[in-house]
Structure formats: C-alpha cells, structure tokens
Design a protein around this ligand. Structure first.
Ligand code: MRU
Length: 320
C-alpha cells in the first residue's frame, strides 16, 4: 500500500493522525486541504513530504487553471507548509518548473518524484542492510527513532526499510523503537508498521535510549533525516541528538539513512536550518512550553550516511 498517491484527479493519503487505531484514507481535492494535512502530520516524513509537495503542485495546476495569481499563491503555500524537511520545498519547486508546459506535464513530473522515492527506498534497504552487517556483524540489534518506514516515504522507507530488509534476510536480532515524544511517531507509527511486518519489537521512552545503549541492549542506532547539510550535520526528529550522544558514549555506530533528495548541499551546516517549533499545545495546555520538532546531530557523531546511491563514511573523513 502506498502512503501517498495520485488517483482520479486527487491526492490520496493514509491519515497518519488516525493510526494505529484506524487505517483511514483521505482524498484531497483542494490545495488548502493538502496544506492542512501536512501541518497536522496526516502526511509526514521527509520523502513522503517531497511527494506531497510534488502532487500538491499538480493539484494546484488543476485547481487554478487560468488563475496565475491563485496558482502562484497555492504553490507557495505547499512549498512552505512545513519548514525543516528539504524534500517538501524541493519536490514542489521541481514540479512547479513544469507549469508552463501545462497540467499534464506537471502531473507526469510529480509521478516521477513519487517513482524515484519508491526506487530510492528499495536501494537504501539493500545498501543499509549490507552496511549494518559490516558494522555490527550478523544479526544486529537496532535502536531506531521516530518513524522512517513506508508511512514516511511512499513504500519501504529509509531506516525502517533497512530494518525490514534485515528481517527479510533473517539477519535481525531485535528492534527498539524510541517512543518519539510528543506525537509518538515511534510508539504509534513505527510500532504499527513493525507489527504489520511481523517483526518483534520493544518500545522505549525517548530518555531510555542512551541508557539502553550503555547497557548493551542494542548494537547500533539507525534513523532517518529531514535534511542533511553539506558538512554532514543531520537534521532529524527531536531526540536524535541524544541518541547520537548515547551511541558515541557507548562506542556504537550511529547510522543515518536518507535518500539523495534529503541531502542539501546548499545548506552549509545545522545552524543554517530553520527548526520547526510546533507550539505549546502539543505538549501541555496549562503552561508555557518550547516544542522544537527537530534537532541537529553534529557530523562528528555520525558514523555513516546511507543514501540510495552511496555510503558516506563520515567516521573515515569522507565528505558529502
Ligand atoms: O515531524 P515528522 O514526523 O515529519 O518527522 C519525521 C522525521 O523526523 C523522520 O525521521 C524523517 O523525516 C525521516 S523519514 C524517512
């Protein structure tokens, strides 16, 4: 099943706010509905956001035919629906470049973005599984954070795609899914995907991760990225940095799996990235709060970055 697709002139998504309780499909026929779905995290995860940006522009091209101003505003709204994952704006801009060629050309380019993400997931699963065995030996036990499975992509996923591939090879000894506060992408979505795939797992509260690594409960950390900067700094779900510190302290690999569409050589380092603040309401209704949705893991804590085309060993001084 695809997390996001184009069907009968509309965007269809799995509503990730309803999981794991309900597998609900949303049919989005207006750009404003897509923007709301992106903001509410009904569709989320960097590769899926890239496809949402692409299909969002395809939807805009149909909804605003002959209305140049309306179309420009709609493209802008899609591009800026969330700030941190580079895929969203990148997918929207790539497809918007085809607007002069007409709605059919726009849709064809959006479908190409989708198909490339599907192919990238498949390629990362193989490259990443091989690397994990190389780094950890046969049958590694892995700790992962946030949700990086098919729900975060179109099918397959990034880090969770590697986990699934290791399981398929009979080469996975265990998974710990970090809960991922405050919206529980780990406890709700990763747990759901692992259950569907028949993979045994345990959920841990975020703050237990570094301690579990210190106690030898996992052999490596594997997670995704929303943006990888030119110097190798990794922007990912809040809590990733703490896991990187825990892995370094325990002397364990910290591996980032993300498609080339997440590598952003135009952003020099993590300091240059706008980190989305999702507001206090997600945390508490009765006091002030700070709610950064992502953090920056400095490149010197990253063992390797796996994309669909290459393995970059930052621990050996290799550059992006
Ligand atoms: O706020 P979210 O749920 O969109 O954050 C998603 C993540 O941080 C993922 O780890 C990242 O996008 C990689 S997805 C393959």
């Amino acid at each position: 099943m695809r997390t996001i697709d184009w069907a009968d002139g509309a965007i269809e998504i799995i509503d990730q706010t309803a999981l794991p309780g309900e597998l609900r499909i949303l049919k989005l026929t207006e750009v404003a509905d897509l923007v709301a779905a992106i903001r509410s995290l009904a569709v989320r995860g960097a590769p899926a956001l890239g496809v949402a940006g692409a299909f969002g522009v395809a939807l805009a091209a149909r909804q605003f035919t002959g209305d140049e101003r309306g179309l420009a505003d709609a493209v802008h709204a899609v591009e800026h629906a969330r700030p941190t994952a580079v895929n969203l704006a990148r997918g929207a801009r790539r497809v918007a470049a085809l607007i002069p060629a007409g709605p059919e050309a726009v849709l064809a380019e959006a479908c190409a973005v989708r198909d490339e993400e599907i192919a990238a997931s498949a390629a990362m699963a193989i490259l990443g599984a091989d690397l994990m065995v190389e780094l950890c030996g046969e049958r590694p036990r892995l700790l992962t954070h946030c949700n990086t499975g098919g729900l975060a992509a179109v099918t397959g996923g990034t880090a969770l795609g590697v986990v699934t591939e290791l399981h398929r090879r009979g080469a996975l000894a265990g998974v710990i899914a970090s809960e991922t506060r405050p919206l529980l992408q780990g406890a709700r979505l990763t747990a759901w995907e692992l259950g569907e795939a028949g993979i045994d797992f345990r959920v841990a509260v975020d703050s237990a991760g570094p301690f579990l690594l210190a106690r030898g409960e996992a052999d490596a950390v594997i997670l995704g990225a929303d943006r990888i900067c030119a110097n190798g700094d990794v922007i990912n779900k809040i809590g990733s940095y703490a896991h990187a510190l825990g892995a370094r302290r325990a002397g364990l690999p910290f591996v980032v799996v993300a498609p080339e569409s997440t590598v952003d050589l135009e952003t020099p380092d993590g300091d240059a990235v706008e980190i989305e603040d999702r507001g206090a309401a997600e945390i508490t209704g009765y006091s002030h709060a700070v709610n950064p949705a992502f953090d920056v893991t400095p490149h010197d804590l990253v063992t390797a970055i796996v994309t669909d085309q290459r393995v970059i060993r930052l621990d050996r001084g290799e550059k992006l």
